[in-house]
Design a protein. Structure first.
Length: 281
């Protein structure tokens, strides 16, 4: 018996909706089982750049995490979970900042304390005490003593993949030793500048005693992930910050991460027009 065009349309619609539901359930499962690692840079009301989140908006985001029952964790807790299956608190979230801007101390730190949240700041150690918009070592020490974890963003923020062995070692070891010297605590985690890494970078990172490394790959962290290739959720990258965008990024990271990688693939393979059709919050 031949099917009518209407029946074919209904069958195709059913298959499409079934596929859509399957994808939704898969992403929802990933979101429920994954740990968000939020990636910030600056928090201020003066720098209208993709890296800066307005102070009031940052507070709204942290207040939301607090009120929704999220528990801020440390990199040690995250790698303990990945390596040993150590339990995490309910609704864990790791809050990170790259570079070490002074507004992390002036604006973000008081808000984090207000809502009893901890965070991790990855420092470009050569920039501390040198540039006006970066932290002083005294500010780093104060935050470290108050429970903020200080990580490494290398000595000078060079992309590590283009360096010789000696230059790579200088960036990894020098950045680590500087943070440890100033905080009197082990600096065991790194955020790779520009998210740039390769097998040699990963090998040297392990050799210098780092316990984990953070990338700019857009996704959640799941059980079984490589602790030296940890994904993050970017809370930056555009000049228009809104609470809705924050919620979409926080709760939809598995979907948006895949779409971002698809867009990058389209650009890389010479299809920029198609890439512009992919919307990301």
């Amino acid at each position: 018996m031949l099917l009518s065009p209407k029946q074919w349309c209904l069958i195709l619609l059913y298959l499409f909706l079934s596929l859509l539901l399957t994808c939704f359930l898969s992403f929802a499962r990933e979101a429920a089982n994954g740990v968000p690692v939020l990636s910030y840079h600056q928090v201020n009301d003066t720098d209208n750049t993709p890296l800066a989140v307005p102070t009031a908006e940052f507070e709204r985001q942290i207040a939301y995490l607090h009120d929704a029952g999220y528990h801020a964790i440390t990199p040690d807790q995250l790698t303990g979970y990945l390596n040993n299956g150590s339990p995490l608190p309910s609704k864990p979230v790791l809050i990170t900042f790259d570079d070490g801007y002074r507004d992390n101390y002036e604006n973000a730190f008081p808000i984090l304390k207000k809502y009893h949240m901890t965070a991790t700041i990855f420092l470009v150690s050569d920039f501390m005490d040198r540039f006006d918009n970066y932290l002083t070592w005294a500010q780093v020490q104060e935050m470290s003593e108050d429970g903020i974890c200080m990580g490494v963003h290398t000595l000078s923020h060079f992309e590590l993949t283009g360096l010789s062995d000696s230059e790579l070692n200088q960036q990894l070891e020098g950045g680590k030793l500087a943070v440890e010297w100033k905080t009197l605590k082990f600096a065991e985690y790194i955020a790779y500048p520009c998210g740039s890494y390769n097998d040699k970078v990963l090998e040297h990172t392990r050799q210098y005693g780092y316990k984990g490394g953070f990338t700019v790959r857009y996704d959640l962290v799941h059980a079984g992930d490589n602790p030296y290739l940890l994904s993050r959720v970017p809370i930056f990258g555009h000049n228009s910050h809104s609470f809705l965008k924050f919620q979409l990024r926080l709760h939809g990271a598995p979907l948006w991460g895949r779409l971002e990688r698809l867009r990058a693939l389209l650009i890389r393979t010479g299809h920029p027009a198609a890439a512009t059709l992919i919307w990301l919050p």
